[in-house]
Design a protein around this ligand. Structure first.
Ligand code: PAF
Length: 290
């Protein structure tokens, strides 16, 4: 595995791989890798002949009062983990490499980004789409793998490649959970033991939504209410939203079906957590809680 820090090195390495006939896969990350990221690398290795992972904490997607400075970083450890999982190239640029001058053009999402996480994180998805668009331009992958945990992000990236005619296949890989059900996230690091215990109400609530859907409940409001109640009962969980939405356009639905997703965001202490469950899809980590 090779580590590179400049755009020209990425282009040279990827160019060589492509001319040897290999397809190119990209796994964009902000580093501090956990099993969730590594499962994206695994999926990418299954689908592509040459796998690039980017490791970059993108300042553009953090608001002024968010955790950009505290965001955990561990490049040496990340490199060892990425190599173990078969990544061919890690691109870990410095800020001045990606943003040498103030941008005059960004990728600004429209309506879909104004709701759910977009409400409390204005500008966040513009920052995400801009850096992902840049990474697509730099690596020119045939496919890129993102996690379902960041559901709104994954939908917006899928819409971006369609609307801007980017020739990249976007693959969304299932959420990986800890044994207790919590969705893996670099931000779980911030939780105290007590906060973590309370945070488990999020996955418990989602498991409850799956249970009620499987036993025939189709009233989206009822399903959402059950999730909210579980989270509120835990105490110390400041619910930002619980919504029951269509997987395609994130619009709230009245009647749930297989394509419906329950999306959740909450603050536990100072840590903001998100999670979701697709009602028609298997989620072994949530099924374990049933
Ligand atoms: O999901 C993330 O870690 C980030 O939003 C991404 C896609 C790497 C862009 O910075």
């Amino acid at each position: 595995m090779k580590l590179v820090k400049t755009i020209s090195e990425v282009r040279a390495e990827v160019g060589r791989a492509r001319s040897s006939g290999r397809s190119i896969g990209l796994v964009p990350t902000m580093g501090f890798l956990h099993e969730g990221h590594l499962s994206l690398a695994d999926r990418c290795c299954e689908l592509a002949g040459y796998v690039v992972m980017s490791i970059y904490v993108n300042p553009l997607q953090f608001g002024p009062s968010e955790d950009f400075d505290e965001y955990p970083r561990a490049l040496e450890r990340d490199l060892a983990l990425a190599e173990e999982r078969g990544v061919d190239l890690v691109f870990a640029p410095a800020d001045r490499e990606l943003y040498p001058t103030e941008l005059t053009v960004t990728v600004a999402p429209r309506r879909l980004a104004d709701r759910l996480c977009g409400l409390s994180r204005p500008g966040h998805f513009e920052g995400v789409l801009t850096v992902v668009g840049k990474l697509f331009g730099i690596v020119q992958p045939d496919l890129a793998v993102f996690g379902q945990k960041d559901f709104q992000q994954a939908v917006l990236i899928q819409k971006m490649v369609i609307d801007l005619d980017m020739p990249v296949r976007v693959e969304v890989a299932p959420t990986v959970r800890e044994a207790d059900g919590i969705a893996m996230s670099s931000r779980n690091e911030y939780l105290s033991a007590d906060e973590r215990r309370r945070a488990l109400s999020i996955s418990r609530g989602l498991a409850g939504a799956l249970r009620s859907f499987r036993s025939g409940e189709r009233d989206a409001a009822m399903i959402g209410r059950g999730v909210l109640q579980t989270m509120e009962e835990a105490g110390g969980v400041d619910v930002e939203y619980v919504e029951v939405v269509s997987a395609d356009d994130l619009e709230p639905v009245q009647q749930a079906d297989e394509e419906t997703v329950v999306v959740v965001a909450a603050r536990v202490g100072t840590t903001r957590l998100i999670d979701n469950a697709r009602l028609g899809a298997p989620d072994p980590g949530l099924a374990r809680l049933l």
